[in-house]
Design a protein around this ligand. Structure first.
Ligand SMILES: Nc1ncnc2c1ncn2[C@@H]1O[C@H](COP(=O)(O)OP(=O)(O)O)[C@@H](O)[C@H]1O
Ligand SMILES: [Mg+2]
Length: 230
C-alpha cells in the first residue's frame, strides 16, 4: 500500500523533516508510527496525502507515484483515504452530524443511507447528545471524536490517524483505537502516529519509530512474529 525509498523532505525554510526514509507497508496492515514531536510523523502523512511533494526519493501510495501525476488520480486516491488530522480540520459553523455526513457524501449513497450511517457513528463515538452542536462549541475531545467518525464514515481503504488520542482520556482513546482496529479488520490499512506511551504499551501491532526524520526501529506485531516462527 505504501512504499517509500530514500524519502526526503526539506521545507522551503530549509528544515529537513525526513532524511531518507525507507518504509514498506503492505495492504491490510495496522502500523503505529511513534516518535517525539518534530520526528517527522506529520510530514510523512502529508506526503502520503499528496499535500506536499517529496524533495528526493520515491513514494508510492496504492500504486500511485506521489510528487507527480495528475490532479485527477490524486483526487481518486484521496477518496480512498480517511484522515484524522492532528488539528482536526472540521468545518466551522457546521454540526457534528454535518461534518460526519460530509465524509460520507463522496460515496454517492442516498440521503437516508447517509443519515443512518452518521447516526451509527454518532452513537458509537458517544456523540448523540452533540449531533446538532456546531463543532466550534465542542470540547477538544469531542472534536477529536467527530474527526474520527468523519474519517471512518467513508469506509476508507487507507486510514491515516495523526495523534488520534492526543486529547482524550484513556477510556475514549481505547475506544478510538478500537474503531481504528475494526476498520483494519474490515481490510483497511491503518497508520497511527502517536507519542502516547499508554497507547503504545497495550498495542500489539507493528510499531515503527522515527527520530529526526529517520526510521530507527521497526518492530513487527505478534502476527508477523508468529508467522516467522512457522
Ligand atoms: N510547514 C513547515 N515548514 C517548515 N518546517 C516544518 C513544517 N512542518 C513541519 N516542519 C518541521 O519539520 C520537522 C518535523 O515536523 P513534523 O513532521 O510535524 O513532526 P511530528 O509530527 O513528528 O511532530 C520539525 O522540525 C518541524 O518543525
Ligand atoms: Mg505531528
Amino acid at each position: 500500500m505504501i512504499q517509500a525509498s530514500g524519502l526526503r523532505k526539506t521545507y522551503p525554510d530549509g528544515t529537513t523533516a525526513l532524511r531518507g526514509l525507507d518504509l514498506h507497508v503492505a495492504e491490510g496492515e495496522m502500523v503505529f508510527i511513534r516518535g517525539r514531536s518534530g520526528a517527522g510523523k506529520t510530514t510523512l502523512f502529508r506526503l502520503i496525502l499528496g499535500m506536499e511533494d517529496p524533495t528526493e526519493g520515491d513514494l508510492r501510495v496504492a500504486e500511485r507515484t506521489m510528487g507527480g501525476g495528475d490532479a485527477r488520480s490524486l483526487r481518486d486516491l484521496r477518496r480512498k483515504m480517511g484522515v484524522i488530522f492532528q488539528d482536526f480540520r472540521l468545518i466551522k459553523g457546521r454540526s457534528s452530524r454535518e461534518n460526519i455526513e460530509m465524509g460520507i457524501r463522496v460515496l454517492g449513497i442516498t440521503g437516508s443511507e447517509m443519515r443512518s450511517k452518521a447516526d451509527e457513528l454518532l452513537q458509537r463515538l458517544d456523540l448523540v447528545h452533540r449531533a446538532n452542536t456546531p463543532v466550534e462549541s465542542l470540547s477538544w475531545g469531542e472534536r477529536q471524536r467527530v474527526a474520527t467518525a468523519r474519517a471512518l464514515s467513508r469506509e476508507p481503504s487507507l486510514v491515516l490517524a495523526d495523534e488520534p488520542t492526543g486529547n482524550l482520556d484513556s477510556d475514549l482513546s481505547t475506544h478510538v483505537i478500537e474503531l481504528l482496529r475494526e476498520a483494519n479488520d474490515r481490510g483497511a490499512t491503518v497508520l497511527i502516529a502517536t507519542h502516547a506511551a499508554d497507547i503504545l504499551a497495550v498495542n500489539r501491532h507493528r510499531t515503527i519509530t522515527l527520530a529526526e526524520g529517520l526510521l530507527v526501529s521497526d518492530i513487527p506485531g505478534p502476527r508477523a512474529g508468529s508467522d516467522e516462527l512457522g
